[in-house]
Design a protein. Structure first.
Lengths: 323, 584
């Protein structure tokens, strides 16, 4: 019951946050000088009448506050509206969400499976040559911009012909057998996953190493060792439990990144994900689409943090006592 | 490097097959292709830059990708001959023109992809219930409107319809290329009004449901990845062997985000065709002998790049001058504009900015237009002539700076849209060229939308570098630019309340030409009139044309029946193209 009350409180706290985020983003987009129908204006065969019709259809003739109110009203009702091209925003998002989830969840899963053990090991073998090599690799991974690595990978794909150049499926995908389909998708996923994995692994590994080092230095670990516990038990049972708490907070953020974390890489690889959709929408000021994605991002962030906090309450007895 | 002049990539000489013929076979009026007989099967993979199609509704396309794809599925009554640009029958078997009456005979026995016959009812429905009612994209309706009146349309019998226009109106005939849509499939949606119709046939419509008449039907659309078309078994065109076309089983459009990705996909052999620009042309040409592709030079395209000068002498609503009176006296001085034209070095622009893949342009019609005035030869850069013009116009040079007759230093702003690399480079070169005449040019690339707003709304600008795409077939499409009351009359834009204010004599003549040209019916008569309009623009130079890019396209050699034309490009005849496996 206590936990339930806590969740309710957090959800209520979210509402003003959503309102503020939506207000700021709506006004910034609408006040920027991007005109959604600029292309039409410069088309010699478009008549004045058609232009007026477009302006009316997109609500551009109304003051910005009214535009916001009508957007907010339908958003609350669960209606995300239409894109400037007249397609349903919800349909557009649905087309892409699964693709992005596929990419990001593979990356996050791999990063955590590899990153946590690597972090623990390099903290445990601090300043050994193993740790030093990892440090150098991690620094490189953090320093290389994702789009640059992505371009290198694309050149690699063109030169060797081993991997397809971007996309998610081959053009004859629909005629393939089930196993060929799985293989086709995996082949397309390899390069983008390598890029995102390299970059997020470095950060995660360093984070885990730092947490672990701090814990390994503490008195209770010295005490555990003095008690004569095996190294295995000291590290995995006593140290890890305490070092993992900050990582849970981090996991909350990763959750938010599930839908929006890979825009640049998606763009370079022409991956049919949400990031590319939103990037293109921002460029032509497709307000309903951009707003929908921003709100989705905000909600994901809030939910991610909430999940992390709940997990922390379970793992950390100190927090349990407080609430 | 100067491909255009040295003709290193020659316009590929091919023997074009004769024009399509009408053939009656089992009581069905087929259209017979005269191209050599090919082999059936295979697929062509093309890329399209951008976000892919926004709709498959041929009546509601507002961007070129959607239009291209809708065109594959829906044919019009008439079409354009790929080489001569003349009007030829397509879904119609023949057409007859008597003054303002157009009698159209349809093909008997041809069918939609779902097997239902294509009849006069579909034609009547398409025009009366969609075009005339203003559903979807209204460009055709606007173009058919003559003095505020729409044409009449009547059904003579099951396979004959008659259009009558309120007055003889030449551009009307070409408007009959508007795609005919199946009444039985479209009517339930068009009845429900505009908003339903606008969201009808979005890319997510189930492909099995879409009924089409063209060479291909939709097979699959995958958002942000590809659009797959398959052959329409009921297509009304046959080959010399009397077998139904098209040859290809599939045409696939890969949706790619930018040109870089497009090139990578071609090099990885994922696509079969690519348009080349700038430095890539030389690189591909070098690799061509050892490759599996062939490079085609399609000549100059419809794109034009120009410098436009603001001749406005009006005040805006707040009573401020659009252009200050001092600048007005320069810009409205013909000698000043002529001097600028003489000072601009088009050839060095072409060599340095377009990497040689362009041709200098001096006419308002694009170089592949069938109405191009070939007597306008243009000229090379000549600074002494430019200086002479400035002298005649009362300007004088002091210490290398140019002053007008009242002693004002000549200084103005030159705009273009920021981010368009080509236009920015051209701007820098124009600035340098004009500074040789002693003018001070403040070159300001600004955000695209801001520029459009300046040009079409606020009118507070001096000069701008812009581009527009025209129609190579119908000069009348440019009326919004050239009519003095036009909404896109860039160089002397008038507000709605000052339409007749401060019109130049030559603007009046242009108005007459554009009214007159639409009423003359034969090509020869119209050509004379439109030749004159190009002369006027060349003499008066409110817009100074710079150059037109040349289209260079690489295509895999295995594709046969390729007959490139400057007017229609390379793969306009998708229904005739086939794959020769042996040359793979």
């Amino acid at each position: 019951m206590n936990l339930f009350g806590y969740i309710c409180k957090r959800i209520v706290q979210t509402i003003p946050l959503l309102v503020i985020v939506s207000l700021i983003s709506f006004f910034i987009i609408r006040l920027s000088p991007v005109d959604p129908i600029a292309e039409l204006r410069l088309n010699p065969s478009i008549s004045q009448e058609t232009l007026q019709k477009e302006i009316k259809r997109l609500n551009l003739d109304k003051p910005i506050t009214i535009q916001y109110m009508s957007w907010a009203k339908s958003f609350v009702r669960g209606d995300l509206g239409f894109t400037t091209e007249g397609e349903k925003v919800s349909v557009k998002l649905k087309e892409r969400i699964l693709n992005t989830l596929l990419l990001t969840s593979v990356v996050i899963f791999m990063t955590w499976i590899v990153g946590i053990p690597l972090g623990i090991m390099s903290a445990y073998k601090k300043e050994s040559s193993f740790d030093r090599i990892l440090t150098i690799l991690a620094s490189i991974g953090m320093a290389v911009p994702s789009f640059f690595l992505a371009i290198l990978m694309l050149i690699f794909a063109v030169k060797t012909g081993w991997f397809p150049v971007g996309g998610l499926t081959s053009y004859n995908f629909d005629d393939m057998s089930f196993f060929a389909k799985v293989f086709d998708i995996s082949k397309h996923l390899v390069l983008p996953v390598i890029v995102l994995f390299t970059i997020s692994l470095s950060g995660l590994q360093r984070q885990m190493r730092a947490n672990m080092l701090e814990v390994l230095d503490s008195d209770y670990i010295k005490y555990a060792r003095a008690k004569g516990l095996s190294e295995f038990k000291v590290v995995l049972k006593h140290a890890l439990r305490n070092a993992v708490n900050p990582m849970i907070t981090l996991m909350g953020f990763e959750f938010a990144g599930l839908l929006s974390g890979a825009a640049l890489t998606e763009y370079v690889f022409q991956y049919p994900g949400l990031g590319r959709l939103i990037l293109e929408a921002v460029m032509r000021s497709d307000i309903n689409l951009v707003m929908a994605s921003l709100m989705m991002g905000t909600i994901m962030l809030v939910v991610g943090n909430l999940l992390a906090d709940i997990l922390l309450m379970i793992t950390d007895p100190r927090l349990r006592g407080k609430s | 490097m100067y491909w255009a002049s040295k003709q290193e990539i020659t316009a590929n000489s091919v023997n074009y097959p004769a024009e399509n013929k009408n053939v009656v076979l089992n009581g069905i009026d087929y259209l017979q292709s005269q191209a050599p007989i090919g082999k059936f099967g295979g697929e062509l993979v093309i890329s399209t830059i951008g976000e892919g199609p926004k709709t498959f509704n041929p009546c509601n396309t507002k961007d070129s990708t959607s239009a291209t794809m809708a065109e594959m599925m829906y044919d019009g009554l008439l079409s354009t001959d790929a080489r001569t640009g003349m009007v030829v029958p397509q879904l119609a078997k023949s057409f007859e023109i008597n003054g303002n009456e157009y009698l159209i005979t349809l093909r008997k026995g041809i069918r939609w992809s779902d097997g239902k016959p294509i009849t006069a009812d579909d034609v009547i429905y398409t025009y009366k219930d969609i075009v005339f009612k203003g559903l979807g994209n209204t460009a055709t309706r606007d173009a058919m409107m003559i003095k505020g009146e729409l044409p009449q349309l009547e059904k003579i019998d099951e396979y004959t319809v008659k259009f009558s226009t309120p007055a003889p109106f030449a551009p009307f005939l070409r408007q009959l290329s508007y795609p005919i849509v199946p009444k039985h499939y479209f009517e339930p949606y068009s009845k429900k009004g505009e908003s339903v119709f606008n969201s009808f046939l979005t890319p997510n419509t189930s492909p099995a449901e879409i009924v089409s008449s063209g060479a291909f039907c939709l097979k699959k659309y995958v958002a942000a990845q590809r659009v797959v078309f398959e052959r329409n078994p009921n297509y009304y065109k046959i080959n010399l062997d009397n077998k139904q076309l098209p040859y290809l089983d599939k045409v696939v459009y890969l949706i790619v985000g930018d040109t870089n990705n497009e090139i990578l996909k071609f090099e990885a052999k994922e696509t079969d065709m690519i348009s080349l620009r700038g430095s890539n042309v030389a690189r591909y040409k070098l690799k061509e002998p050892k490759s599996d592709y062939k490079i085609y030079n399609l000549g100059a395209d419809t794109g034009t790049l120009f410098l436009v000068i603001n001749l406005s002498n009006r005040k805006n609503q707040e009573g401020k001058w659009n252009v200050s009176p001092t600048k007005q006296s320069w810009f409205r001085n013909k000698n000043f504009r002529t001097a600028i034209d003489w000072a601009i070095d088009r050839n060095s622009m072409i060599n340095n900015v377009a990497q040689g893949v362009a041709k200098p342009l001096f006419t308002a019609e694009s170089l592949n237009s069938i109405y191009l005035n070939k007597n306008i030869k243009g000229h090379s850069v000549d600074l002494s002539k430019a200086k002479l013009c400035l002298n005649e116009g009362g300007f004088s040079l002091k210490n290398g700076n140019l002053y007008d007759s009242s002693g004002n230093r000549v200084e103005f702003d030159l705009y273009t849209n920021a981010g368009a690399l080509e236009r920015e480079s051209v701007g820098v070169m124009i600035k340098e060229d004009l500074e040789k005449l002693g003018m001070k040019v403040n070159f300001k690339p600004i955000e695209f939308n801001t520029l459009v707003n300046k040009l079409s709304n606020t009118n507070d600008w001096d000069m701008a570098i812009m581009g527009l795409t025209g129609s190579p077939l119908e000069p009348h499409d440019g009326k919004n630019v050239w009519l003095s009351t036009g909404p896109l009359h860039l160089f002397n834009q008038r507000g709605q309340n000052s339409l007749n204010n401060g019109v130049f004599d030559w603007e009046n003549e242009l108005d007459e030409i554009f009214e007159d040209g639409a009423l003359k019916l034969t090509y020869e008569e119209r050509k004379l009139v439109y030749d004159r309009y190009q002369e006027i623009i060349y003499e008066q130079k409110p817009i100074i044309y710079l150059y037109s890019p040349i289209r260079i396209v690489a295509l895999r050699q295995k594709f046969k029946n390729i007959y490139p034309t400057p007017l229609s490009g390379l793969v306009y005849n998708l229904d005739e193209i086939y794959i020769d496996r042996e040359s793979e």
